[in-house]
Ligand binder design. Sequence first.
Ligand SMILES: [Fe+2]
Ligand SMILES: [Fe+2]
Length: 292
Amino acid sequence: MDNNELITELQERLELVSTKYARSFLQTVDMLVEVVTVFDRYHENSHVAFVGEKSAAVARALMLSDREVFEIETAGYLHDIGKFSLPPQFLSQLSSELNSFDFKHYASHVETGHRILSMHEGMLSIANIVSQHHERYDGMGFPSKKREHDIHIGARIIAVTNFYHNIMYKMRGSRHEAYSTPPPQMQQEAITVKHAQTMTLVNKRAGSMFDPKIVAAFNAVMENERRQFAGKSFMRVMINQLKPGMRLAEDLRTSFGLLIASQGDLITDSTIPKLIRFAENKEISMKILVVI
Ligand SMILES: [Fe+2]
Ligand SMILES: [Fe+2]
């Protein structure tokens, strides 16, 4: 074997090892996301998906690199993984409603999440973002009272998307409420009003709780979405129940992050079998968020 052949063989082996490592890493991420998603279903339902997806959209609007977008999206999905350590009553309350003893207990979910994710050396940067998602731009957050640009940009983004979703959808009071969400079309008007009120609260906190640059990007992302989907209803449908004419309400990516279809794409007769194939290969979820 001459030198050139040896180099080619080594390159091929290296590629194989790094592909296997990347696949294994992404499977670990998927596994953790699945765990927190199952847990979320019994509490706030759409919280994990919203914080992950919207944080990625804001990161993209800010022109961050693909790697940063991936890390921020993953940190968004996993930001509250440390809440597994909390008693159930904390999960249905806003942190501002807790007394100081309970708050201390609640605040520990940040360090717990950091500790869990730091166990994988490939997830250190994601753990770092998660550890800062309750810091505030004015330095009044927890656990480290970091301020402004000392806070990781991913954590500054998640702070906004997390706040928005908690105010919009956090289920409080009766446990039954959490299991009996009315159909989306019935809620539409109430959602529009609540959205406007929540955006006012977000905007009021620009410069104190949140980075104004992130708030501006979040406004742009939400406005863009509103324009695209005004007056429509969203629903998650099984992949084999997709119908031509529906529109995707989310980006669809493979486990390697490859974009298969974008939010807003029209579902057609020819796209349905392709999406079914991706789902059967476990590259995308069997349930897809669509707008009808
Ligand atoms: Fe949290
Ligand atoms: Fe959260």
